[in-house]
Design a protein around this ligand. Structure first.
Ligand SMILES: *[C@@H]1O[C@H](CO)[C@@H](O)[C@H](O)[C@H]1NC(C)=O
Ligand SMILES: *[C@@H]1O[C@H](CO)[C@@H](O)[C@H](O)[C@H]1NC(C)=O
Ligand SMILES: *[C@@H]1O[C@H](CO)[C@@H](O)[C@H](O)[C@H]1NC(C)=O
Ligand SMILES: *[C@@H]1O[C@H](CO)[C@@H](O)[C@H](O)[C@H]1NC(C)=O
Ligand SMILES: *[C@@H]1O[C@H](CO)[C@@H](O)[C@H](O)[C@H]1NC(C)=O
Length: 454
């Protein structure tokens, strides 16, 4: 009896919690414009902040003050920041956010809001319509050439993108990629017609939460083969803690240059012949050290050790764990230690990938010399992929790519309501538990005695 009631209470509670949580859910809003300096000088604090409906409206004000007002609103059913990382590399022939990324990077001004309340995003269409006397164009797949656009009047284009109904990742990636193409075509056509515009991309609700790593089906090589087919004889370097693989690393080239003259290519020893000595590597849930020792790697150097140091920490802002690759050390002949700082990070369940990592100024991800010895070295690593935590089935998990246009910094600070809600849920559950015990579990039964006398 008590058990059944407990279950019923819990069900009601879970339902109301879920309802409460959707009220504070958030989605990204991406805005890009052909008009420059729309948000000049404005700084946005992302950390821990979910932009409210009112704040979003304030941010949109500059759009309505333009001499020529053309706004395109692309609305999707579901979208989360996580999708931008998740769908970036894993889907061989699809490029879900490719033209969006180009549009944002090449636009005269842009605004990326990682977290806006769904209240704000889902009512955006109504809000925009109220702002002025628009010519409103609504269509799902408009061939824009057929529209009768009068550029001297304000035009509002409302484009509902096809829904991501399917649960399969492949078909979701496919729909996202098609939607990306639709947006790309639409805005390109506007540009070709010489119509200045501002485009907004958002969704009614967030997509399902953070993806787990369970669905990985790629080995490192297959994953990397997507962009650059690595020669078949290359295989990732793995380190075990005795029982399990705790580090996987891959690259198609690891080359060092000492004092501009001595070139040291470590690719063969590391990823082809695997003669590198990695036994001094260490793994734990919080710290990982990849130690690679080479003997006689080049003339005049007897031993060379590369040490990659990574940590895994919980970040309150995003309510999740992230791993950071903090530094790289080069130890020459057990004497000279060159130390470099790195600023590489990814969600703890992901791997990290970057096409070019090194000391070169132009690389997407850089090693910054942190001591005097480091000035002597140049580092070049191509097609680098690493994972030092949460490895499942001896494979790389999804790769968080350094070239993604949402740097981890943006969404590391993202406040997730998940943590607060789970605490609230736990607290309420405890209270319900107490009530249940008082009323129904008392063996004396006094509490359920119903008086018959009156
Ligand atoms: C927009 O224009 C109105 C009046 O023309 C002005 O009061 C308002 O401050 C302007 N807003 C922005 C954000 O420039
Ligand atoms: C190796 O790692 C696994 C998974 O993290 C852990 O369960 C196991 O205890 C570790 N073994 C040793 C010897 O540290
Ligand atoms: C790597 O080893 C192969 C043969 O094992 C050799 O042909 C190739 O030149 C080596 N590459 C480098 C950069 O040393
Ligand atoms: C690898 O390095 C460890 C620690 O320095 C050493 O004890 C071991 O003998 C080395 N293994 C080989 C094969 O050189
Ligand atoms: C490297 O990182 C250390 C520790 O975080 C820091 O104290 C130091 O200032 C950094 N050096 C450079 C050159 O960024």
């Amino acid at each position: 009896m008590a058990g059944v009631l407990g279950v019923i209470f819990t069900c009601i509670l879970v339902k109301s919690i879920l309802r409460a949580s959707t009220a504070v859910d958030h989605v990204p809003v991406l805005i890009w414009s052909t008009q420059s300096s729309l948000w000049k000088g404005q700084l946005f604090e992302y950390e821990g902040h979910i932009i409210s409906e009112q704040e979003l409206h304030n941010l949109l004000q500059p759009l309505f003050n333009q001499s020529s007002r053309n706004i395109v609103l692309f609305l999707q059913d579901k979208l989360s920041m996580d999708d931008f990382t998740y769908y970036r590399r894993d889907h061989a022939n699809e490029k879900p956010f490719h033209s969006l990324q180009i549009s944002i990077e090449t636009s005269a001004s842009s605004l990326v809001l990682p977290a806006v309340t769904t209240q704000g995003s889902s009512h955006l269409s109504e809000y925009l319509q109220k702002q002025t006397e628009w010519n409103i164009f609504t269509a799902d797949h408009l061939p824009i050439e057929d529209l009768d656009i009068d550029p001297s009047k304000p035009n509002l284009f409302l484009v509902n993108l096809p829904v991501l109904s399917s649960t399969s990742d492949e078909s979701r990636a496919h729909v996202l990629a098609n939607n990306d193409l639709t947006m790309g075509k639409f805005t390109t056509n506007l540009k070709n017609l010489g119509i200045p515009f501002t485009a907004i991309y958002t969704a009614f609700s967030p997509s399902k939460g953070f993806k787990s790593t369970d669905m990985t089906s790629h080995t490192g090589r297959q994953l990397l083969a997507v962009d650059i087919p690595a020669p078949a004889r290359y295989s990732p370097l793995t380190v075990t803690n005795g029982t399990y693989t705790c580090i996987i690393m891959f690259a198609t080239k690891v080359a060092l240059t000492f004092k501009n003259t001595l070139h040291v290519d470590l690719t063969n020893e590391t990823f082809v012949s695997h003669t590198v000595n990695s036994t001094s590597s260490e793994c734990s849930d919080t710290n990982t050290l990849v130690s690679l020792k080479y003997s006689n790697p080049a003339e005049g150097i007897n031993t060379l050790e590369l040490r990659f140091l990574m940590t895994n920490k919980f970040y309150k802002g995003s309510a999740r764990k992230w791993f950071t690759f903090d530094s790289l050390e080069i130890i020459q002949d057990n004497l000279h230690t060159a130390r470099f700082n790195a600023s590489i990070s990814a969600p703890a369940e992901y791997s990290y990938h970057c096409q070019l990592v090194g000391t070169n100024m132009n690389y997407a991800s850089r090693f910054i010399p942190a001591n005097k010895e480091a000035q002597a070295w140049e580092i070049h690593i191509s097609d680098f992929q690493i994972q030092g935590f949460n490895i499942k089935n001896n494979m790389f998990s999804y790769a968080s790519d350094c070239a993604s246009f949402f740097t981890p910094g943006i969404w590391m600070g993202l406040m997730s309501t998940f943590l607060m809600l789970s605490i609230l849920y736990y607290g309420l559950l405890m209270i319900m538990q107490l009530t249940t015990n008082d009323r129904f579990d008392d063996p004396k039964g006094a509490a359920i005695f119903v008086p018959q006398t009156n």
